[in-house]
Design a protein around this ligand. Sequence first.
Ligand code: FAD
Length: 402
Amino acid sequence: MPDLDAFRAETAAWLEAHAPQAIRGLLINPEGGGNWGGRRASFDPSEMKDWLEMCVERGWTAPSWPREYGGGGLSPAEAKILAEELRRLKLPAPLTGFGLTMIGPTLLRFGNEEQKREHIPRIVRGEIRWCQGYSEPDAGSDLASLQTRARTDGDHFVVSGTKVWTSYGDLSDWIFALVRTDPEAKKQEGISFLLIDMETPGVSVRPIKLISGKSPFCETRFDDVRVPIRNVLGGINGGWTVAKALLGHERNMIADVFGSFSGGRPKRPGSVLANLAREYLDGDGGALPDPVLRDEIAACEMDDRAFQLTIQRSRDAARAGHQPGAESSLFKVYATELNKRRTELAVRIAGPQGLGWEGAGFDEEELTRTRHWLRARGNSIEGGTSEIQLNIIAKRVLGLPD
Ligand SMILES: Cc1cc2nc3c(=O)[nH]c(=O)nc-3n(C[C@H](O)[C@H](O)[C@H](O)COP(=O)(O)OP(=O)(O)OC[C@H]3O[C@@H](n4cnc5c(N)ncnc54)[C@H](O)[C@@H]3O)c2cc1C
């Protein structure tokens, strides 16, 4: 594969020469860390802005998306090499967010040409930040029961209703929302998938606090919001198919983000959990004396490595254009349950120091660890609960009867 070898060498040389020093080795917190772009984008450190701009120019924020919409047009093998080189140099993704991980791939599959040309380049350049308007007070697991209404008025819909748990709704510019366009039809058949600019009059957002102390999500209200009918993705009343396809991308993204996060900044090479145990339980750096704990750490590490190999296969398939199916439920449930186990074990190892909320008795890392543990509780709820994923796996993967 001389072409690929040349591509790797060229990519590595470019990254070595151009990636800002300040961002090398930067650990990105999955809870909102990194560049999310948008009209009110913030960059921490400020060199992340330069990093974003230089990657946008090369199409490297969406390496395998078509060039005509601002992507890199790389083959799956080239995109994989780029990802490997970024990892090798410990460089953070230039851009992240629901535009790239959820609505972008969905637009590429279901959008008409006008919609793709309007939205994909703005996602790729990080100009617009997206959020997801699926859940409602009475429609979570039973999503198809959603009640947000959209009635037609000329060439517009008029949207009314309330969405809950809208992650980053207060920071986002556009929302992709499921709305009921035919209240008479069977519930799945009366739903449309609508793209809404959140600056439209009548959209309001109120943050809701999480158990971890942060407020990454919101209640989003629509009071007679006028949305052009041309913003429907997948046809009027055709939203359920689009919604399910997007959930496949969302579940893979959650598995990828939370399944791959070690839950702490490694102070030295090797297992984060084993190092933590050495730090809190055994100062001399030898083998851990508690065999049960050793066993638990080893099991967690082995499951983690096996999962990393599996998710790597799923990333390769996605680069090759594979549309996620029911198997995304497997990834989602496994990764999030693993993250819960891992964060819980970390807190147990740290003992009383693992339960810090604030105050001088705890260092920054300890406080972060507590919050990661609490945040992980939401992992098995967001994107569809673990019970719902198990139902999908039983029915659609294993073919078990209802
Ligand atoms: C951190 C976080 C971020 C989120 N971000 C977003 C977002 O950006 N946009 C958005 O639209 N939504 C978001 N959500 C909402 C999320 O999708 C819903 O919370 C989820 O789908 C569950 O719905 P619910 O909360 O109404 O729980 P319910 O559906 O009321 O479920 C309650 C319990 O009953 C169980 N249950 C329900 N039905 C069944 C069944 N058929 N079989 C077995 N058990 C069942 C569930 O597993 C759960 O344990 C987020 C949630 C969290 C925690």
